[in-house]
Ligand binder design. Structure first.
Ligand SMILES: *Cc1c(COP(=O)(O)O)cnc(C)c1O
Length: 457
């Protein structure tokens, strides 16, 4: 059978408000051509992020009603703890309100001036929490991961030679732990192989270092291992998850991704002393150890989400539907990062509209056009988000100009995705009409959230 069907039926629906192109032109003008400033009701297909945007299952909603809101020793905590242990095998499980809260706790204990944290690619909140502690965050991604047009199975891998050299250069005593992010979100949602995870473990053992996983999309990564890595074809995704966590000493998690909930996170680890220290910070910043920053009902929904996420019918549909969008676009000649990652398709705006220079934000121009043409909201990841200025005020663009189409989990059907492909291809076929933009307002930090634009000339 070649048709992949959504492995669920729809029990509850949320209407989409339709707008026309004329209305959207006005909306864009009023919001300074920044999709972040558009009222979500005015978006027809929202691909801004896959974080916290999942559709929960009927069982998760039932868990919301069934949550135990006891301050201490809640039944929902024990169900949550068991669900995390079943997948990760970790000894200690600490609930937090989001992934970044788990990071904040960990790095406030292990970070500080003179410390270094290597990763394949740090996600921006991880980097921010490390730098906030005074320590340095270092990306050691494998070479192939840096080239959008090169195809490889595991473009999220850590460069193991660089990791060893880095540890020798900085001294193992200055590296509290080594991190790896699965899948590599900032690098296009590309997976990490089991072999690479084992390789990191081996190097950590050589130097007596701890190894943690930023596990936000662990199930998507495990599914890529199953379909792409030799020796894992006949293993279940749950077995693969257990194996990959068995090589780690701990993990941080944003439950807003692969736990299929709208809010939540956790920290899980094996070291009892470090766990005690983490719990002590947790009590000050998040809450009592059996609820962290969450309500009992949230813990219940996470526990159920973790049971559902390793379902291979779901993962097959998930990975295949992202790939399906990528295939349609590639067939029409639309340039993108290949192969498609687990949670998103990344358009390559540099090749999409080569007539727009980096100073006029090609990624922004594409994302504005997608909204104008079809009411689709995407996220620019290029000179708006990461551009810096030299001392003369000239833009230093980042290496890539991308537009991310992140696919929320279980939210859109195949016809929504067909519509998205149709709009992107229509914009691509008229790409010579796209115009550049200039900034009319920018904040000193994280400017992409609040910036305003106008046409460049
Ligand atoms: C989302 C994310 C985080 C942070 O999680 P929040 O729940 O948004 O705080 C950390 N790392 C990665 C790889 C992520 O995708």
């Amino acid at each position: 059978m070649t048709t992949i069907i959504e492995p669920f039926r729809i029990k509850s629906v949320e209407p989409i408000k339709f707008t026309n192109e004329t209305e959207r032109k006005t909306i864009l003008k009023d919001t300074g051509y920044n999709p972040f400033l558009i009222h979500a009701d005015d978006v027809m297909i929202d691909l801004l992020t896959d974080s916290g945007t999942s559709a929960m299952s009927s069982k998760q909603w039932a868990g919301i009603m069934d949550g135990d809101e006891s301050y201490a020793g809640s039944r929902s905590f024990f169900r949550f703890e068991e669900a995390v242990k079943r997948i990760t095998g970790m000894d200690f499980v600490i609930p937090t309100h989001q992934g970044r809260a788990a990071e904040k706790i960990l790095f406030s204990i292990l970070g500080g001036k003179g410390k270094f944290f290597p990763n394949n690619t740090h996600f921006d909140t991880t980097r921010a929490n490390i730098e906030y502690s005074g320590a340095e965050a270092v990306d050691l991604l494998c070479e192939v991961g840096k080239h959008p047009e090169e195809k490889a199975d595991f473009k999220g891998n850590m460069d193991l030679d660089k990791l060893r050299a880095f540890i020798l250069e900085k001294g193992p005593e200055n590296i509290p732990l080594v991190f790896i992010t699965i899948t590599n979100n900032s690098g296009g949602g590309q997976p990490v192989s089991m072999e690479n995870i084992k390789g990191v473990r081996k190097i950590c053992d050589e130097f007596g270092l701890k190894f943690f996983i930023d596990a936000c999309r662990f199930a998507e990564n495990a599914y890529f291992i199953k379909i792409r890595e030799k020796g894992y074809e006949s293993k279940s995704v749950l077995e693969i998850c257990r194996e990959l966590f068995s090589y780690a000493d701990g993990m941080t998690m944003s439950a807003k991704k692969d736990a299929l909930v709208n809010i939540g996170g956790f920290l899980a680890l094996n070291d009892d002393k470090l766990a005690m220290n983490c719990r002590n910070v947790l009590i000050v910043t998040e809450g009592f150890p059996t609820y962290g920053g969450l309500a009992g009902r949230d813990l219940e929904a996470i526990a159920q989400g973790l049971e559902e996420i390793t379902d291979e019918n779901y993962l097959h549909y998930r990975i295949r539907s992202v790939e399906y969008l990528g295939e349609k676009l590639l067939a029409a000649g639309v340039p993108l990062i290949e192969p498609t990652g687990g949670h998103a398709v990344y358009l390559d705006a540099k090749r999409f509209c080569p007539h727009i220079p980096a100073e006029e934000f090609p990624g922004q121009a594409v994302s504005i056009a997608l909204y104008e043409k079809g009411g689709i909201r995407a996220c620019e990841i290029g000179s708006v988000m990461f551009g810096k200025y030299d001392e003369k005020g000239k833009l230093i663009p980042p290496p890539m100009e991308l537009v991310r189409l992140a696919i929320p989990r279980r939210v859109y059907t195949q016809s929504h995705i067909d519509y998205v492909a149709e709009i992107i291809i229509a914009v691509f076929n008229e790409r010579h009409l796209l115009k550049g933009y200039k900034l009319s307002y920018e904040a000193p930090m994280l400017r992409h959230f609040t910036a305003r634009f106008e046409l460049a000339d």
